[in-house]
Design a protein. Structure first.
Length: 156
């Protein structure tokens, strides 16, 4: 009986915030987020093609790279360290993809089959897409034809 009384006494002594689970932080509403300033570029590469979203200093902030021989597309962002996932958002779908970090390049990336339905969602996204490591804010970029062309290149 003393054990039960001690338990309830300890429970009452806890602050209310420790007793009640905290609600999860609300997700960012990317449907109204302003896309970052910058521009998309497209280029053919030795292995397929690539599209990059460049900031005002012409540094790549987001890159889609097609490797045609294996029909895979890599989505990459600059990062300061590893994160377990790369979050990819479109107006139709949001997905957390297993990510890998390359310290030599400072990029976090995720690879998918060119035929993954996520690329269809990105191609038809209304006005913006968002991509970011799970431990940092996402980049909101305008939805433009350059990255869609990489998807098409990799599928054909």
């Amino acid at each position: 009986m003393r054990l039960i009384v001690a338990f309830f006494a300890a429970l009452v002594a806890l602050p209310v915030s420790a007793q009640v689970p905290q609600a999860a932080q609300p997700a960012v509403d990317y449907t109204i987020a302003t896309p970052a300033a910058g521009r998309w570029t497209y280029a053919r590469t030795a292995t397929g093609s690539a599209a990059s979203f460049l900031d005002a200093a012409s540094r790549a902030q987001l890159t889609f790279t097609c490797v045609r021989s294996v029909r895979h597309i890599s989505i990459a962002r600059p990062a300061t360290g590893a994160a377990p996932y790369l979050m990819v958002w479109s107006t139709a779908e949001r997905r957390s993809l297993p990510a890998s970090f390359n310290p030599a390049t400072g990029l976090i990336s995720a690879d998918l089959s060119a035929f993954d339905k996520l690329f269809d969602a990105l191609a038809f996204s209304r006005g913006r897409i968002a991509v970011g490591p799970s431990n940092a804010p996402a980049l909101v970029a305008p939805a433009e034809p350059e990255y869609i062309r990489v998807i098409e290149d990799c599928r054909s």
